[in-house]
Design a protein around this ligand. Structure first.
Ligand code: GDP
Length: 365
């Protein structure tokens, strides 16, 4: 599961990516600085893990991870091949969801590719490139389908869908807002892997002063929020520069730094968590002397398949799962106490695992 970080040049993508991964990807004050996409594996912050590890005296703590890809320099004309545009667009096609970084900070030392700070214009520029790229994909498909439909009448439905979709996109609208007539159309649509259908989170990159009140005084952020609401997307206010500084600190220093800024949690941590849930992912937890660990599953996963994340033997030989909610376990103080209180469930094959379930699997080998 991968998220792509997109946005115009000089909006702070690499700075954000660096703070996400501390990988030191190149960040420079000029467009096209990073041509190859950089992939970073990022730990999903989870306060529950340390507390659980303390309870079990675990030697090791292993968080869940997600991947971020820094997709550099989408520019106006990218879909026409400007500035290696097509390469960037095909990189976006490979991700499951998009973090769209929008510049809401003023800084005369950092040039804006279009000369001024105007987040809504920037969002439109990026969206249009994605729309154009989708149209191109659909036109190519249509050319094939029209030809084949002469022999194979079952393709007529797809031909009609393609026509409707293309005219929808030609109005500058995203594929996300296209309403299918029936399940057949939905199924065909899902095979196209369109860019403008992918889930999006907006990261509003603001100056430090705008952080403490979550961008409430920043007109650009307000406009972005209004727009995002119409698309059903969330907006997270971050300051990429501050996040980069925070990423250099150890945990105690970080807590102090955030307190000084009047924040309970860094914008980046919120963004990572939101990205995880945007992908439809949740974590269940396992804990013991050796390790406390978060395991990533898709929402709706049943117990045997969740067990299969640990080992295929766990899935094959699944007998039952002993499940206790994290909060209950912590308030009881131990698994034995939780059992006594009757809050540990014995669950079978049909049990749908929930976020924050602490699980012990029983299985045959
Ligand atoms: P990218 O082209 O979108 O990847 O942008 P970069 O991350 O390379 O940032 C471009 C320039 O903007 C760099 O000089 C950064 O130091 C600067 N920059 C990034 N984020 C911020 C921020 O939050 N505030 C300010 N003032 N400058 C920033």
């Amino acid at each position: 599961m991968k998220l792509g970080i997109v946005g115009l040049p000089n909006v702070g993508k690499s700075t954000l990516f660096n703070s996400l991964t501390k990988a030191g990807a190149e960040s420079a004050n000029y467009p096209f600085c990073t041509i190859d996409p950089n992939v970073g594996v990022v730990a999903v912050p989870d306060e529950r893990l340390d507390k659980l590890a303390a309870l079990y005296d675990s030697k090791k703590v292993t968080p869940a991870v997600i991947e971020f890809v820094d997709i550099a320099g989408l520019v106006k004309g990218a879909s026409k091949g400007e500035g290696l545009g097509n390469q960037f667009l095909s990189n976006i096609r490979e991700v499951d969801a998009i973090v769209h970084v929008v510049r809401c900070f003023e800084d005369t030392n950092v040039v804006h590719v279009d000369g001024s700070i105007d987040p809504m214009r920037d969002v439109e520029t990026i969206n249009l490139e994605l729309v154009f790229s989708d149209i191109e994909i659909l036109e190519r498909r249509k050319a094939k389908v029209v030809k084949a439909a002469r022999m194979d009448k079952t393709l007529q439905k797809e031909e009609q869908l393609l026509e409707k979709l293309i005219s929808h996109l030609e109005e500058g609208k995203l594929a996300k807002s296209f309403v299918c007539e029936d399940e057949d159309e939905e199924e065909i649509l899902s095979t196209y892997n369109l860019l403008t259908i992918k889930p999006v989170i907006f990261a509003a990159n603001v100056k430090e002063e705008d952080l403490s009140n979550d961008g409430e005084n920043n007109e650009n952020v307000k406009k972005l929020r209004e727009y995002a609401a119409t698309e059903g997307c969330e907006v997270f206010v971050i300051c990429a520069k501050i996040e980069e500084e925070i990423s250099e600190l150890d945990d105690d220093e970080k807590a102090m730094f955030l307190e000084d800024l009047g924040l309970a949690e860094s914008g980046l941590d919120k963004l990572i968590k939101a990205s995880y849930s945007l992908l439809g992912l949740i974590s269940y937890l396992t804990s013991g002397e050796d390790e406390t660990r978060a395991w990533t599953i898709k929402k709706g996963t049943k117990a045997p398949q969740a067990a299969g994340k640990i080992h295929t033997d766990f899935e094959r030989g699944f007998i039952r799962a002993e499940v206790v909610n994290y909060e209950d376990l912590l308030s009881c103080g131990s698994l034995a106490a939780a059992k006594e209180k009757g809050v540990v469930g014995i669950e079978g094959k049909e049990y749908v695992v929930k976020d924050g379930d602490v699980i012990l699997f029983r299985f045959n080998v």
